[in-house]
Design a protein around this ligand. Structure first.
Ligand SMILES: *[C@@H]1O[C@H](CO)[C@@H](O)[C@H](O)[C@H]1NC(C)=O
Ligand SMILES: *[C@@H]1O[C@H](CO)[C@@H](O)[C@H](O)[C@H]1NC(C)=O
Ligand SMILES: *[C@@H]1O[C@H](CO)[C@@H](O)[C@H](O)[C@H]1NC(C)=O
Ligand SMILES: *[C@@H]1O[C@H](CO)[C@@H](O)[C@H](O)[C@H]1NC(C)=O
Ligand SMILES: *[C@@H]1O[C@H](CO)[C@@H](O)[C@H](O)[C@H]1NC(C)=O
Ligand SMILES: *[C@@H]1O[C@H](CO)[C@@H](O)[C@H](O)[C@H]1NC(C)=O
Ligand SMILES: *[C@@H]1O[C@H](CO)[C@@H](O)[C@H](O)[C@H]1NC(C)=O
Length: 332
């Protein structure tokens, strides 16, 4: 065990100067939080990834937005509802695991719309990879995207969640936002569940930011404010965050760097073993064993392998390890 760890460390030391370069700022310091990587365009989805629920079934196929006349007044709604998983009933609602979206309604046409950003292949697949026997590197189905569709299901949002009008924009402000959403949707392509921090206190260093439905909502609010909208809410605007707590993360490398080099076989095997405990698809029986394994890895070994920007990082975990919060993020 000890021998193996020393071996991994040695190999990492050898690898480090090679791969860490791309992560550094011009002044040679690591930038925290690590910036979420933007891409030129969205790559086609691998056919291995299968959606359990189709993505955006009633949205426009090409993600087009309706054009609003400048004379129009478009109301903006804050939408939030507990994530409802068939398997766990409303447990996720009790834990305040919420899904966020934005609603719009046009005064001139009377039509209304819902806009949200979510996983193409469900949350489990965005959080943990698949271990495929024919592939050494873990395989991720972690794309997320924006969906804009006609209609607001009032009951769905208001009954156990929130449906609140938070402002009005002109038609051209709406059109400007629509253009921005399309660009954002093309360049921000994968879902990231975890927010990684040094501790739960107010002065914590944030190592990695999440990239999920609520972050999309915050970005959109900021964009709307930037084009001149005034948003306000009568109630506290709280959002779900899923935290990991760790000491300073260590950069490991991307798939080809780790899984393509025989010298890093031990690290590669360790990463596979780590994710073995978190397979997205498992029976209740497997899950009981997996949770024990996961507990051991995260709490006893104080170790977590994070995949961010299609690269692996090692997190030296510390108490309280994992936390789900429902905390206030004020409107801009
Ligand atoms: C993976 O990392 C290596 C070394 O840093 C780099 O040369 C290569 O382009 C990267 N591959 C991808 C797909 O980003
Ligand atoms: C996750 O991915 C697998 C493999 O692509 C797929 O079969 C499954 O439907 C996806 N969703 C869930 C909820 O597991
Ligand atoms: C975002 O991208 C996805 C995947 O390509 C696409 O299905 C969707 O229509 C796009 N949404 C918007 C609002 O552009
Ligand atoms: C959206 O439109 C539907 C159908 O006209 C209506 O029932 C619903 O109340 C509207 N919701 C909002 C928030 O405007
Ligand atoms: C609201 O919650 C109750 C109890 O958890 C559930 O039965 C009901 O279906 C939920 N309503 C909606 C619209 O999701
Ligand atoms: C956070 O930092 C501020 C300013 O440096 C300091 O006054 C405050 O005591 C710190 N709070 C905690 C909980 O460390
Ligand atoms: C909302 O967030 C605030 C501050 O982050 C917190 O004090 C409050 O308890 C939260 N509300 C709920 C319902 O959890």
């Amino acid at each position: 065990m000890l021998h193996r760890e020393i071996f991994v460390c040695l190999k990492l030391l050898l690898l480090f100067p090679l791969h860490v370069v791309a992560q550094l700022r011009t002044d040679g310091l690591q930038q925290w939080p690590v910036p979420y990587r933007r891409f030129d365009r969205r790559p086609p989805v691998d056919s291995y990834c299968e959606a359990f629920y189709p993505f955006c079934p009633t949205g426009d196929r090409d993600g087009r937005f309706p054009y609003m006349r400048d004379s129009d007044i478009v109301s903006v709604y804050r939408l939030q509802t507990p994530v409802w998983e068939f398997k766990y009933g409303d447990v996720l609602g009790k834990l305040h695991i919420m899904h966020d979206a934005i609603g719009f309604s046009s005064l001139e046409t009377g039509a209304n719309y819902t806009m949200e950003w979510y996983e193409l292949f469900q949350l489990g697949n965005c959080t943990f990879p698949h271990l495929r026997p024919e592939m050494f590197a873990p395989f991720w189905c972690n794309q997320g995207a924006a969906c804009f569709f006609e209609g607001i299901d009032d009951l769905h949002w208001s009954q156990n969640g929130t449906l609140e009008k938070i402002g009005e924009v002109t038609g051209s402000q709406f059109n400007e936002m629509a253009q921005w959403v399309q660009d954002d949707n093309k360049t921000g392509i994968y879902y990231e569940t975890w927010t990684v921090c040094s501790d739960p206190g107010p002065n914590a260093t944030v190592w990695f930011e999440s990239y999920d439905c609520s972050q999309f909502v915050h970005r959109t609010y900021r964009k709307l404010t930037e084009v001149g909208a005034k948003l306000s809410s009568r109630s506290q605007t709280n959002y779900t965050k899923i935290y990991l707590y760790s000491g300073e993360p260590r950069y490991l490398g991307n798939d080809s760097a780790i899984f393509g080099q025989p010298a890093l076989k031990n690290l590669a095997t360790d990463i596979r073993q780590f994710y073995h405990a978190f397979r997205p698809h498992q029976s209740i029986f497997d899950l009981a064993f997996s949770l024990l394994e996961a507990y051991k890895k995260v709490v006893l070994d104080k170790s977590f392998y994070l995949y961010y920007n299609f690269e692996y990082w090692h997190l030296p975990m510390k108490p309280p390890y994992v936390q789900i919060t429902y905390e206030e993020v004020p409107l801009p």
